[in-house]
Design a protein around this ligand. Structure first.
Ligand code: CAP
Ligand code: MG
Length: 413
């Protein structure tokens, strides 16, 4: 950056930052630059500056320049906080422009060695343009008719390849076995072997049978992930065809897709986060899952995968922090129901409930679909593991009177 412009124009004292007028982003970094100099360079690049001073910059930096205003540095690692003028953004442009501002070029700047966006604080003046989740934990519990327990979910496996009639039969078995929630795998969209709306019709017929036979409503999240220009049309058609929930692969499609659907169609939105680990996993460079969770709640995600004690990489403390945020009061927005998924089976139910509490979807794909006694038994085993955990009874003890659980424990360990 040309030293002619005084980099100090992009530095402020904490006292000068009115949280109501700025979007504040918290970063951690590693490198050799002191936090003030590095922060100023990033603030410039992410607002009114570039590598060389340009005409007019001095006149507008006061009003439109981002500012680093806090931080520390130990010679190798550091933290910095940057305030971005909220008036640089129009909330109607939403998440794409917000991410370009707080998580754009900065990741590729030569002066940056490694940096991670850890958290973002959004003022009400920006937030009020967003509706947040339509349903949230309370709304989902009302549909299912649950209280005081987690929801049990499953993912129909094999992930892809099943014809709609077989897929729907598996849904029937899982639902009769006691799951509250069934989803398509993130890999199942609208392939020739399973046309999305034929699959939807078959599954909803099966779940209607379950409601007639048991009185229970079971949610089925149809994966509507498609190209951006079609997402609302597909969501509208899903609702018209009787869907009671839809799923969006939000990272691959783009977070704004959730807002587009949420603002147009009255239906719970289950958010899959595949590809997130490309930038959330490395704790030294990328974007935290907490930031992703905040933005997904903001745009209307009713359920969100946040991690589990299971097969996927994840830090329990970090997951607890994210789940706490999703369930907490935030500018009056409804909550988002966390989903614990990925390698879960009955033996892992106690550990997940101990770690994450009951306001959660405990989701098992293989952990239900691979049960030796069949899918219905697999669902029953998950429900029995939940019942035992909530009663404070050991799974082995409970399994003495519950065959499906006993077989699951012996099979999955
Ligand atoms: C789980 C799952 C989900 C993972 C995603 C899978 O299936 O369908 O995609 O939960 O991970 O394909 O792995 P299993 P996360 O229950 O058979 O593992 O929830 O961490 O986003
Ligand atoms: Mg999957």
């Amino acid at each position: 950056m040309n030293s002619k412009i005084d980099l100090m124009k992009y530095v402020a004292d904490k006292e000068d930052i009115d949280p109501e007028s700025f979007i504040i982003a918290d970063y951690v970094y590693s490198g050799r630059e002191n936090w003030i100099k590095l922060g100023a360079k990033i603030a410039a690049e992410q607002s009114t500056g570039t590598w060389v001073e340009v005409a007019g910059e001095r006149d507008i930096v006061e009003r439109h320049g981002a500012r680093v205003f806090d931080g520390d540095f130990n010679g190798r690692q550091g933290k910095l906080r940057i305030a971005f003028p909220v008036e640089n953004l129009n909330p109607r442009d939403g998440i794409p422009m917000l991410l370009s501002t707080i998580a754009g070029n900065l990741f590729g700047m030569k002066v940056v060695e490694k940096i991670r966006l850890e958290d973002v604080h959004i003022p009400n003046s920006y937030m009020k343009a967003f509706n947040g989740p339509k349903y949230g934990i309370e709304g989902l519990r009302k549909i299912i008719g649950s209280e005081g327990r987690p929801h049990i979910g499953t993912i129909i496996k094999p992930d892809v390849g099943l014809p709609p009639d077989v897929f729907a039969e598996y849904c029937y078995e899982a639902a009769i076995g006691g799951v509250d929630f069934i989803k398509d795998d993130e890999l199942l969209g609208d392939p020739a072997h399973s046309p999305r709306f034929e699959r939807l019709n078959r599954v909803m017929e099966a779940l209607d049978r379950v409601r007639e036979e048991t009185g229970r409503t079971v949610l089925y999240a149809l994966n509507i992930t498609t190209r951006m220009s079609k997402i609302v049309e597909v969501a509208e058609k899903a609702k018209e065809e009787g869907a009671n929930c839809v799923m969006i692969n939000a990272v691959t499609l783009g977070l704004s897709s959730i807002r587009a659907v949420s603002e147009t169609v009255d239906i719970p939105i289950h958010v899959h986060r595949d590809m997130h680990a490309a930038f959330t996993r490395d704790k030294s460079h990328g974007i935290s899952m907490l930031v992703l969770a905040k933005l997904i709640r903001l745009v209307g995600g009713d359920q969100l995968h946040t991690g589990a004690v299971g097969k996927m990489q994840g830090n329990v403390k970090e997951i607890q922090e994210i789940n706490h945020f999703l369930r907490s009061e935030w500018y009056g927005l409804k909550t988002t129901m966390p989903v614990a998924s990925g390698g879960i089976h009955p033996s892992l139910v106690p550990a997940n409930l101990d770690a994450f509490g009951i306001d959660i979807v405990l989701q098992a794909g293989g952990g239900i679909m691979a049960h030796p006694m069949g899918i219905r038994a697999g669902a029953r085993a998950m429900v029995q593991a939940m019942e035992a955990s909530l009663k404070g009874i050991s799974l082995r003890e409970y399994a003495k009177n519950h065959e499906e659980l006993k077989v699951a424990l012996n099979t999955f360990g």
